[in-house]
Design a protein around this ligand. Sequence first.
Ligand code: G3P
Ligand code: CA
Length: 232
Amino acid sequence: MLVFAHRGASGHEPENTLLAIKRALAMQVDAIEIDVHLLADGELVVTHDRWLKNQPKVLTRIRDLTLAQVKKIDVGKGQAIPTLDEVLECVAGQCLVNIELKAERTVIPLMKVMDRAIANWQFQPSQFLLSSFNHHLLFELKTLNQHINTGALTASCPLDYAAFAKRLDAYSVHIDIDFVNQEFVNDAHERGLMVYVYTVDNEADIVEMHHLGVDGIFSNYPTRSLVKIAHL
Ligand code: G3P
Ligand code: CA
């Protein structure tokens, strides 16, 4: 099973920050998962929520801000929200990167950043896995570049999900641990899809995922998962 550092090593450092990314790299994870939003000035930034958490009374939408405004925000331990460029320059092809598209209109700017990463920061195209709950975006990605690996995210267990993901020409299905079961895993594997499960931190859950035969887990505490898997 691959171990994806979920939002970087987010159990140890503020999620989706360069600190969390560097911590995950030091743990020698197989992959790093990050969330991406689009700003008002077209910049892509790595952050999970559509609202800024540090201003609960104002409820500012991230998409209404510019990079200059976003960079003033401290998301913990003095960390700023990083751009996608900053994160990919930091990773520099050391592991797989799963970029989760959280917003509309992210596909074109994302493809430009990936091209920069391949040209400048030692990435191979196959080191990117692009996922989203918005399957229209995955369809758009595959239409623009059929070689891009996409992951179809679900927060439930829809009927015939593997068949649906196969029609999308996805590489993988990403499912919540609450809904994954043997039938789902077998169905996906029979159709040639990888199965990645989020979020798996508990040791008993890691063992269960191993027995189900899933291909990867998203973990906030990657070291714990890597050590447990090594002893299975
Ligand atoms: O990509 C797996 C997982 O990160 C999806 O849910 O809300 O943590 O982005 P969320
Ligand atoms: Ca995510």
